[in-house]
Design a protein around this ligand. Structure first.
Ligand code: PHE
Length: 482
C-alpha cells in the first residue's frame, strides 16, 4: 500500500511543488554553466544535442525520479531500499541513494563558491563599478576577485549559511515561501536582458551561434562534447542525485507526474535558452571569446550593464535574482542528506542541516583555493604523490584528472555521477519496479503516454547514457564500432 505522507512534511499545493522543483532546476546551471559550456563546444551543435538529451533522456528520468520519490516518501537512500524490498530486489539499490548523497556534497561545494561570485557581483553592480567598463577591464576585475581567497571564502560562507537556514526550517515554511515570488521575478529580468541584447548586441550572431549547428568544431572532440551536453542536461534538470526524488516525496498523490515534469523541464530549458540569448549577442558585439570558460557571464554581462541606462540598478537586480535562483537550487542539494540524517541518525532537522552544511562548506574551501593558492594542485598531481600507485603511467593518460578541485568536481558530478545515477534510476524504474507499480504511481492509465514513457525509460534512456559514456571513453573504437 502506498504511503500518503512524508514525515518531513508535504507541499501545500501542486503549484508549490512545481515552483520548488523549478527552483531546484533553474539556477547557476542555466545562467552560468549552460552558456559557458555551450561556448566551449562551439554553440549550436552542443545546444542541439543538449535539447535532444532533455527530451529523450531528461524528461523520462525526471518522471521516474518523482515517481520513485513519491512511492517511497523518504530520503533517496531509504526510498531505494524500501522500494527494492517491496519489489523483491536487492538491497544494494540503496547504493544509488548513497552515490546521490556524495554527488550532492560535491556539487554544492563548488556551487556555493560560484553563488558567492554572484553575490559579490550584486554589490559591484550596485556601486557603479561597471559603468563604462570594457572587455579587458571586466576580465581584470573578475580575475582579481577570483584570485582573492579571503573574499571568496566570505561569500561562500554566507551562501552556505543561507542554504542551511532554509533547509533547517523545513519544507513548507522555508522552501515554498522563497520560490513563489523569486522565480517569476527572475524570468522578467531575464526577458529584459534579452531585449537589451537584441538592441545593443549582435543579436543575429548570437542567434546563429546558438541555433545553427556547426558540427565541424564539434567533431574534433565529439565524445567529450556529447558527454558534456548530456551532463549539462542532467545538471540543469537536477537529475540523478535524488534532489528531484526527494521533492517528489513531498508531493500529493493526486498530482499528475507527467504534466508537472513537462512544465518543469520546459521552464528550465526556456531559461537556459534565454540566458544564451542574453549573453552571446554581447559576446559577439564586443569581440569576446565565447569559449572563455566559467568566467563567461562575469566577464560579459558587466559590459552590458555598464552601457545600458540604469545599468547599475538592472545589474544589481539581475545578480540578486541569480543569487536567489542559486539559493533555491542549493537548498535542494542539501535536502536529501538532511532528510537521511533525520531518518537514520535521529537528528533534529536543525542539527542535521548544520552538520551537512558544515561538511559541504569544508569541501567548498578546497574548491575556492583551487582558483588561487592551490592553482597548481590537480587531481593528477595528488594521485601521483601516492607512493607506488602514483607512479603508474596510466594516470597521466586520463586527461580529466588534470583539473583542480573546483573544475574536477564540476566535471565528475555533471558528466559522470549524475548520468550514472540517472542510468540506474532508469533501470530501476523500467526493469526492477513492476509494471503494475509504475502504472499505479504514474496514474496516467496504460495508454500511449504511459507506453511511450515505459519504452523511453527501459530502452532509450539507459542505452543512450551508456553509449555516450562509451563514446566518451573511446570504447566504441576499441570494439570496432567506429
Ligand atoms: N539544477 C541546478 C542548476 O541548474 C543544479 C542542481 C543540480 C541542483 C543537481 C540540484 C541537483 O543550477
Amino acid at each position: 500500500m502506498a504511503v500518503t505522507h512524508s514525515v518531513h512534511g508535504m507541499w501545500s499545493t501542486r503549484l508549490a511543488f512545481i515552483l520548488a522543483a523549478t527552483g531546484s532546476a533553474v539556477g547557476l546551471g542555466n545562467i552560468w554553466r549552460f552558456p559557458y559550456t555551450a561556448g566551449e563546444y562551439g554553440g549550436g551543435a552542443f545546444v542541439l544535442v543538449y535539447l535532444l538529451c532533455v527530451a529523450g533522456i531528461g524528461i523520462p528520468i525526471m518522471m521516474a525520479e518523482i515517481m520513485l520519490g513519491r512511492r517511497g516518501r523518504q530520503s533517496p537512500i531509504n526510498t531505494m531500499r524500501m522500494l527494492a524490498q517491496q519489489e523483491g530486489k536487492s538491497h544494494l539499490w540503496s547504493l544509488l541513494g548513497w552515490m546521490g548523497i556524495i554527488a550532492g556534497f560535491l556539487i554544492l561545494s563548488f556551487y556555493s563558491v560560484i553563488a558567492g561570485w554572484t553575490m559579490a557581483y550584486v554589490f559591484r553592480a550596485a556601486s557603479g563599478t561597471f559603468t563604462g567598463i570594457d572587455g579587458a577591464a571586466a576580465d581584470e576585475l573578475f580575475k582579481g576577485f577570483v584570485g582573492d581567497p579571503e573574499r571568496l571564502l566570505a561569500w561562500h560562507t554566507i551562501f552556505m549559511v543561507l542554504a542551511v537556514l532554509v533547509v533547517a526550517r523545513g519544507v513548507a515554511s522555508g522552501l515554498e515561501r522563497a520560490v513563489r515570488f523569486l522565480m517569476p521575478a527572475l524570468f522578467v529580468l531575464l526577458i529584459i536582458m534579452v531585449i537589451y541584447a537584441a538592441q545593443a548586441g549582435d543579436f543575429d550572431a548570437g542567434l546563429r551561434y546558438l541555433f545553427e549547428p556547426d558540427f565541424s568544431k564539434f567533431k574534433d572532440h565529439a565524445g567529450e562534447a556529447i558527454l558534456s551536453a548530456m551532463g549539462q542536461a542532467f545538471f540543469s534538470l537536477s537529475l540523478g542525485m535524488g534532489a528531484i526524488m526527494i521533492y517528489g516525496s513531498y508531493l500529493h498523490r493526486e498530482s499528475s507526474i507527467a504534466q508537472n515534469t513537462v512544465i518543469i523541464a520546459g521552464l528550465d530549458t526556456l531559461v537556459a535558452i534565454l540566458a544564451g540569448l542574453a549573453i552571446f549577442p554581447i559576446v559577439f558585439a564586443h569581440g569576446l571569446e565565447p569559449g572563455s570558460g566559467p568566467g563567461l557571464i562575469f566577464q560579459t554581462l558587466p559590459i552590458a550593464f555598464g552601457e545600458m541606462p540604469f545599468g547599475s540598478l538592472f545589474g544589481a537586480l539581475f545578480f540578486v535574482l541569480l543569487v536567489f535562483a542559486a539559493w533555491t537550487s542549493g537548498i535542494s542539494l542539501l535536502e536529501p542528506i538532511t532528510a537521511w540524517l533525520v531518518e537514520n541518525r535521529s537528528l533534529s532537522r536543525v542539527r542535521a542541516s548544520i552538520l551537512s552544511g558544515v561538511t559541504v562548506w569544508l569541501l567548498g574551501i578546497a574548491c575556492l583555493l583551487s582558483l588561487n593558492v592551490w592553482s597548481d594542485v590537480t587531481m593528477l598531481s595528488l594521485i601521483q604523490a601516492i607512493p607506488g600507485l602514483g607512479a603508474l603511467d596510466f594516470w597521466s593518460r586520463l586527461t580529466f584528472l588534470d583539473k583542480g578541485f573546483l573544475d574536477f568536481f564540476d566535471f565528475v558530478t555533471a558528466n559522470v555521477m549524475l548520468p550514472l545515477g540517472g542510468l540506474l534510476i532508469a533501470v530501476f524504474a523500467g526493469w526492477a519496479l513492476s509494471r503494475s507499480s509504475s502504472v499505479d504511481e504514474l496514474d496516467m492509465g496504460e495508454g500511449l503516454g504511459y507506453r511511450l514513457w515505459h519504452f523511453l525509460i527501459r530502452y532509450l534512456a539507459p542505452l543512450a547514457v551508456l553509449l555516450v559514456f562509451l563514446k566518451a571513453v573511446g570504447a566504441l573504437q576499441w570494439i570496432g564500432l567506429e
